[in-house]
Design a protein around this ligand. Sequence first.
Ligand code: NA7
Length: 535
Amino acid sequence: AGEEPTARYDVAVLGAGFAGMYMLHTLRQQGWNVHVYETGDDVGGTWYWNRYPGARCDIESLYYSYSFDEEIQQTWEWSEKYAPQPELLQYAGWVADRLDLRRDISFNTTVEHAVWDEDATEWVLETNGGDVIRSRYLVTAVGCLSAARVPDFPGLEHYQGKQYHTSKWPHEGVDFTGQRVAVIGTGSSGIQSIPLIAEQASQLTVFQRTPNFSIPAHNRTLDPAEVARVKADYPSIRAELRLTAGGMIVKNPPTKAALETPEDERRQEFDSRWAEGGLTFLGGFTDTSVDETANAIAAEYVRERIRDIVKDPQTADLLSPKDYPIGAKRLCVDTGYYDTFNRDHVRLVDLRSQPIEEITATGIRAGDEEMEFDAIVFATGFDAMTGPLLKIDIRGVDGVALKDKWAAGPRTYLGVSTAGFPNLFMITGPGSPSVLSNMLVSIEQHVEWISDHLNHLRDHDLQRSEAEVPAEDDWVQHVNDVASVTLMNKAASWYRGANIPGKPRIFMPYVGGVGNYRVHCQKIADSGYQGFVHS
Ligand code: NA7
């Protein structure tokens, strides 16, 4: 810590995705000396990394976009209902140009260590290039799904073919024409990429451990009249979104319970939501996310649709989730996923009956069967929420490592700070709604709340802010309590760390809704930041 720093800032921000970009802009406008460190060679975060075929947002583009700048939201033109990855990346770049963000971002730079220096009331950061940076405040904008994970299949190192992880996709793209391709994993990334990989591959084998519920996207080009209507009404729509549960527009929000609705009417409701498509499929009834019987009715409806689409009954059955409630994992949104399994050159391998024993030099041995592949695509997900933070060696008061403090699961106050780590603020951290919401809504709220907090400190001539343990304990308890009244705890999901062997099983995001969360955070701010010690 005695080393001469390469640079000194008021605020260092880690990550130049939508969160880091807005954090930089906001603080810079408010007169802070702020700098961003980004591993990639440009802005965009999630949309910079996830370049696999079919990568697309599952929130409608008109709402998955910044709302803080009227000119930005009026000027940018979205082409489709659900924006494809290249367009989202282009949007991020365009915003960075307009706001001249890149001049305060160091690209190709990863902060590997962040050590709190109590005497100086500063963070001391060290990058992969060996630069040492001192900053009073540290804001993480590292995302929730950015620590990619390839399971350690035996023999992986011997494989001679090409291998890809969906979130580390080559920038030049991949041509699978004429190749025998394996895709391992059937989460959103698998479900979006499989139909497109099938278009090219001569043979496609999908390795599924757990089937997901997927709802058709019914993606389409946006109708200019609809865009004009939304844009004319943006301020009020955005204000409304901020107070919803998920930061999404739910058409005809639910007024009735599925269990109290006659069967034909219930079916009509599901039919119309299926025809509309997308994440709000479960938005028809008040009880599907809390009542197991109501939930089972919705789940059976989707299984029926799968049986309608997939011609081979055994494949249809394997693709049908049966052992967890619908919605307990984020719904997938697809274009032609189930139908892809009707193609002669596409095969589904069920890992429950035929587990992967080994990756060989030429392919995969599953059960007793040895298969050859020219390429393996790992659509195996992420070490979610805590992974991106714990990749960084963060040490707080008395040198305590964040990974040790969180050994039994993440503990935060409001999802934004953690006791023992003063002047560290997390955007979309564990304990915040983040991954359960429209990320842009969550990001804007966090950025504004954090900057208000920093401005409060500056205005009162204070330099140090730390969450108190009792406030943190209460928040962790509250996050658990609200999760336990839903059915969200009933699936082995990455929300609970269940995809990573040995990771503590704690429900990480806050299910109370972005609206309630926002009101609560505002109350804390208005109280002069109750639960924080300022000095
Ligand atoms: P997900 O949703 O975590 O999906 C990962 C998939 O990989 C899932 O089907 C997993 O099966 C499978 N997986 C993980 N580990 C293994 C092993 N060891 N063997 C076989 N299969 C495995 O990640 P995505 O990238 O698809 O999507 C992440 C989020 O991005 C998504 O929720 C949206 O919010 C956007 P499992 O279910 O664990 O049995």
